[in-house]
Design a protein around this ligand. Structure first.
Ligand SMILES: Cc1cc2nc3c(=O)[nH]c(=O)nc-3n(C[C@H](O)[C@H](O)[C@H](O)COP(=O)(O)O)c2cc1C
Length: 154
């Protein structure tokens, strides 16, 4: 069966959305990979269980992840652990921040240890205006995650 990549994100102002779209574009460069893009508000436990790897995107709000991303974790954490079907699922993070991003990243990574997911790529953090360089890094994140999952190397 084709490898499936889930990209979950929240965005109020559009920056994290643009990063998510770049991650999706990168993942789609890997032939045969199925990519699902979900607003965190709509993402479900089934989305999480069905994917082979996931990319999580959040803006930093008040030194933390966006509430909607936290809500996704809150809704899926216990049932995912009970189902035991997310064990060490490969993941990567992308963050959009005004000038920092470390608080959001640390909070997400701490929770991902709990599921547990397996970090397979260094997080991309955008600070301030999105640049072509950051979007290229997001594409590379998506492509690497998808290629690794497809090849079964994680
Ligand atoms: C309510 C709110 C809180 C924010 N808090 C932080 C923060 O703590 N640190 C930071 O670097 N940027 C902060 N920012 C800036 C956002 O992280 C930044 O504008 C980001 O690109 C927004 O992403 P979005 O366009 O996907 O919503 C905050 C923005 C908002 C609206």
């Amino acid at each position: 069966m084709a490898c499936s990549i889930l990209v979950v994100y929240h965005s109020q102002g559009g920056n994290t959305r643009k990063m998510a779209e770049a991650v999706v574009a990168g993942a789609r460069e890997v032939e045969g990979v199925h990519v699902v893009l979900r607003d965190a508000f709509r993402a479900t436990l089934a989305d999480l269980i069905e994917c082979d790897g996931l990319a999580l995107g959040s803006p930093e709000y008040f030194g933390y992840m966006a509430g909607m991303v936290k809500d996704f974790f809150d809704r899926t954490y216990e049932p995912a652990r009970r189902e035991k079907r997310v064990f060490k699922k490969p993941y990567a993070v992308f963050i959009s921040a005004g000038n920092d991003g470390r608080g959001a990243l640390a909070a997400i990574e701490r929770i991902c240890i709990g599921y547990p997911f397996k970090k397979v790529y260094e997080a991309v953090i955008a600070r301030g205006e999105l640049t072509e360089k950051i979007l290229a890094e997001c594409r590379e994140l998506g492509q690497t995650l998808a290629a690794g999952c497809d090849a079964g190397i994680y």
